[in-house]
Design a protein around this ligand. Structure first.
Ligand code: GTQ
Length: 349
């Protein structure tokens, strides 16, 4: 491989002339933008302890009224990418949102797509496009790009959920904005996970042969996911991962265009090396405790902790319980990478 010329190799007068004309030579920056064999990454494998976040989030509930916040959120910001940039990975935004009894977070829509993954507390709900989605622990609720959503809380205890948005990418593309709206009417029906899309393999008859709705199902109840993982485990050889993808029930495709979601069960004592791949991701612990190593960074995890996984990282996870399974919820940008044609998996470490 030849050594490329640097900026300093060029006469000052030449560099100045280029700059005046808004021109830049490629060759001094060639290896920065196209490094050999592996991308350069600023994203750090980062770990956030829920026990550390929780008191600060509850304090935000005391010092910042919802009217002053619109959304009361602490953002999990990757130090490698700059805390002020509010991103966990280059494409994924993660926030922990608190809503207190009686509060409402006003109706709006935005160009980024969002999901909520419920961490603690009962009684909150998200209204999305008129559909009232109750928020029970572990439920995944979609608010796709352009859909109106507002949050409310009829219960008695603080409710915390994790937000994941594809905001970093949309913002980088200079396409991110929000529109505020009036309070949403409620269609007064149970959400469609309880009615039209109650069970996989069964669809309302009138969906056959029709144009498919992009987002037929907004809520994926954790109770169903957890049960499905246990049943999948019973039919999965010990050397294979017990992992389910969240998909659109009508198309079988990933349920949002940019971010993908999956649930991984680690059997008691299981140690698993995840396939190294081009997607970045965020792992959130739903239940259980264990150890993780992400490239050269080791950490211990317990319930509700979250960690950021850079692209191309080597990830090992271990369930430290000899008795109970551990459950992890994973957000990644694989759907976008697949659509754009550069998604890769690497079988060798
Ligand atoms: O709940 O709609 O964490 O608009 C960031 C932006 C949550 C939300 C966030 C948002 C929301």
């Amino acid at each position: 491989m030849s050594q490329l010329g640097t900026l300093e190799d060029l006469p000052l007068r030449y560099r100045e002339e280029l700059q005046q004309l808004n021109l830049a030579p490629l060759w001094p920056s060639m290896r920065k933008v196209l490094p050999h064999n592996k991308p350069s990454r600023k994203t750090q494998p980062t770990f956030w302890s829920y026990q550390a976040i929780r008191p600060l989030l509850l304090e935000a509930g005391r010092i910042t009224p919802i009217e002053k916040a619109e959304r009361r959120v602490l953002v999990l910001a990757n130090p490698g990418l700059g805390i002020e940039n509010l991103v966990a990975t280059p494409s994924i935004y993660i926030g922990m949102q608190l809503i207190l009894p009686g509060e409402t977070a006003p109706n709006h829509y935005h160009t980024p797509s969002a999901v909520r993954f419920v961490i603690e507390g009962e009684g909150a709900y998200t209204l999305v496009g008129g559909e009232k989605c109750p928020m029970h622990r572990g439920d995944l609720i979609l608010t796709p790009s352009g859909m109106w959503h507002q949050h409310g809380h009829d219960g008695k205890e603080p409710v915390v959920w994790m937000d994941a948005l594809d905001l970093p990418l949309i913002y980088y593309l200079e396409a991110s904005y929000a529109v505020e709206g009036k309070v949403q009417p409620d269609n007064n029906l149970p959400d469609s996970s309880q009615t039209r899309f109650r069970r996989s393999g069964l669809l309302p008859y009138d969906t056959l042969g029709r144009e498919k709705k992009p987002y037929p199902l907004m809520r994926f109840p954790w109770q169903e996911v957890r049960g499905a993982l246990a049943d999948l485990a019973s039919a999965t050889p010990a050397d294979q991962a017990v992992r389910l993808a969240y998909v659109n029930p009508q198309t079988g495709e990933e349920c949002l265009p940019i971010m993908g979601f999956s649930a991984l069960m680690l059997r008691p004592g299981e140690e698993r090396r995840l396939t190294r791949r081009s997607a970045s991701s965020v792992i959130h612990v739903v239940e259980g405790g264990g150890e993780a190593s992400v490239d050269v960074v080791d950490s211990r995890w317990e319930e509700h902790d979250t960690f950021a996984i850079p692209t191309h990282a080597q990830v090992r996870l271990r369930n430290l319980s000899a008795r109970d399974p551990a459950y992890l919820f994973i957000v990644d940008d694989a759907p976008m990478q697949r659509k754009l044609g550069f998604y890769e998996e690497f079988t060798a470490p």
